[in-house]
Design a protein around this ligand. Sequence first.
Ligand SMILES: [Zn+2]
Length: 195
Amino acid sequence: MSQWVGNLGSLHQYRNVPYVERAMDGTVACLLCGTGWMNPNARVMHFHGRQHSKNYNRIKEIELKQERERERLKKLEELETRAILCFTYYDPRIAALGLKAWRDIVTVGLYHYLRGGELADADLLMNKYEKMESLSLLELAILKSKAVDGVMFQSTYEIRQQQALDPNFNATAYLRDQRVISGCHVIVPSVAAFL
Ligand SMILES: [Zn+2]
C-alpha cells in the first residue's frame, strides 16, 4: 500500500488512480482527502503526507473487510449448495440402504464432501452400496423362494421354529444348503454383470 502511495510522484502516475482528479492545467485534487487543486509541490507533499496515508489506509481496510465478507458469503453459499444436495438427493438413498455399516460409510463420504471434498468419492460409494443392496435383495428373494417352498416350510418363521422344536435341525446350515441348491451364488454374479 504505502509503496504505491509513495510512488505517486510524477503527474503521469495519477492517470489511473480513481481518487485523483486531474485538471487541464496539470493541477490535481485528492478526492479521498477533499483537497482543492494542488500544484506540483503541494501535490508531492500531500501524497507523501500523513493525512493522506491515514485516509488511504482506512479505505484499504474497508475494502479488505468487504473482500473478506464477500469470500465468507461465497463459502457459505457453496456450503449451502452442498448441504441441499446431500439432504435432498443422497439422504433418502442412504436411508434406503439395508445395512447400518453401509449407511455409515456413505454418510462419512458425504461429510467429506460437505467439508470441501470431492462429490465423486461419495457418489461412487453410494452407487456401490446401492448395487450391493439390489443384489442382496435379489439373493434373498431367490433363497427365500427355495427355502420356503411351501412343502417343507410355509414361512421363514417356521424355519426358525423348527430349530427350537428339533435339536437335530440347524436353521443356518439348512439355509446355507438351500442357498447352494437355489443357485443364487451363480445367478447373482451373472446379474451383476448387467448392472
Ligand atoms: Zn489524499
